[in-house]
Design a protein around this ligand. Structure first.
Ligand code: 13P
Ligand code: ZN
Length: 270
């Protein structure tokens, strides 16, 4: 018997389903591309006696500080477009076991052979880093936005400094919404520990959006919609950049002074 979900968890699932539709409509979620986790520890209460009814599914690479924390995560192979309709097949709620040797599957995961996303190590490391730093962000969203990925393939926009300058120079909102810019993680094998560790370093540098070179983007937010909005805003800047390039000309762009002025006027408060 799965746990009974509170209203607040239903709301989280509803938002994740909605964002899954946006990602699909944007063309950033081909097949099973992307994955997501939400720290819902504050919304899950279960007695030790009840927890015992959910056998531990072994998992490696979990740190002791993850113990007892609860997450809503997508399953590996899940299509974002399916989440809204089939949430309990596409998502699961897991609680990391007391000894951090695995997790209890409390809800969902109803699809045959269900396993959490292959990027679970990245998600848990990022979630832990957010939690330890007292951040308000609870959602880690990974997706494959076309134009941002394309820019990581072009020498003139590859790398943290060049990418952020190109994006910020396209439209003031890129600097306003993502004032610290996108953190850059050089290409690493999908689902590898190296990818997870490099991503956490970018978060610790206070980036809310992180680029995985030649792969995709991660964003953190207080909810799924906020994380989506950050990627959407930056991908719009990437589209503008590529539209200008398609004319055969180099975009004029906002100057460094104009970008600095925006940065000072709309400096982040956190
Ligand atoms: P999963 O289906 O395992 O979540 O993988 C999708 C993905 O985008 C890997 O980076
Ligand atoms: Zn991916």
């Amino acid at each position: 018997m799965p746990i009974t979900l509170s209203k607040s968890v239903h709301q989280v699932i509803h938002e994740v389903g909605e964002v899954g539709q946006y990602l699909w409509q944007k063309g950033w979620a081909e097949k099973n591309a992307g994955n997501l986790s939400v720290d819902i520890t504050d919304h899950i209460s279960i007695t030790p006696a009840n927890l015992k009814k959910f056998p531990i599914k072994p998992a490696t690479g979990l740190l002791p500080e993850f113990a007892g924390r609860s997450y809503l995560v997508t399953g590996t192979g899940t299509r974002y477009r399916d989440i809204q309709k089939y949430s309990s097949e596409c998502l699961c709620i897991l609680q990391i076991s007391r000894d951090a040797n695995g997790f209890h599957l409390l809800w969902g995961g109803k699809r045959e052979g269900f396993k959490p996303t292959s990027e679970l190590p990245s998600h848990l490391l990022m979630q832990n880093s957010l939690h330890q730093s007292g951040a308000k962000e609870k959602v880690v969203l990974h997706t494959h936005p076309n134009e941002l990925i394309a820019l990581t393939h072009l020498p003139e926009t590859a790398g943290e400094e060049k990418l952020n300058y190109a994006l910020w120079s396209m439209i003031p909102e890129a600097k306003i919404y993502v004032p610290r810019g996108i953190g850059w993680v050089p290409y690493r094998l999908t689902a590898s520990q190296e990818l997870a560790e490099e991503t956490v370093k970018a978060l610790e540098r206070k980036h809310k959006v992180v680029m995985w070179e030649k792969h995709g983007v991660l964003a953190v937010g207080k909810n799924a919609i906020e994380a989506f909005d950050l990627i959407d805003a930056m991908n719009k800047a990437a589209i503008l950049y590529l539209l200008c390039k398609q004319t055969g000309q180099t975009p004029q762009g906002l100057s460094r002074e104009q970008i600095d002025e925006i940065g000072k006027t709309f400096a982040p408060k956190d």
